[in-house]
Design a protein around this ligand. Sequence first.
Ligand code: ZN
Length: 163
Amino acid sequence: MSSPQQIAADTVVGIHYTLTLDSGAQVDSSVGGEPLLYLHGHGNIVPGLERQLEGHKAGDKVQAVVPAAEGYGESTGEPQAVHRREFPKDVQLYEGMPFRATNSAGEEVVLWIHAIRGAQIYVHTDHPLAGQTLHFDIDVVDVRDASEDEIEHGHVHGPHGAH
Ligand code: ZN
């Protein structure tokens, strides 16, 4: 029998994950649903988690603590309030929602809705989890070689993948 495959660049990895913050608040979890499938080594998950999963194999449990700089980035200031009427009427806004906007230099940027207080919508270029240390509880459920198509596209195909 060959030894189990290790997580490395150009492998497709299936994980169950639970993400909590320093406060203990749980942000997200795949437990109870389908595992997350991602193509390793292509920046599809936060860099600090990708790095800490390297070399693991199916069956491993990994507790990864990822500092903000290797997670969703450092925090760069306070969100700004924008009135609801500045947004399209027919779009349902929610906290944590990303959207594309054009800044004063004419560049396209991604903004995030951090909070909604009545007609005041608080938006920021920071990801809502910027500045947070991320605590990942990981169960590695599957590791396989990626196909050439997957490597070329930079993402996973097939069930639970793209397309
Ligand atoms: Zn594709």
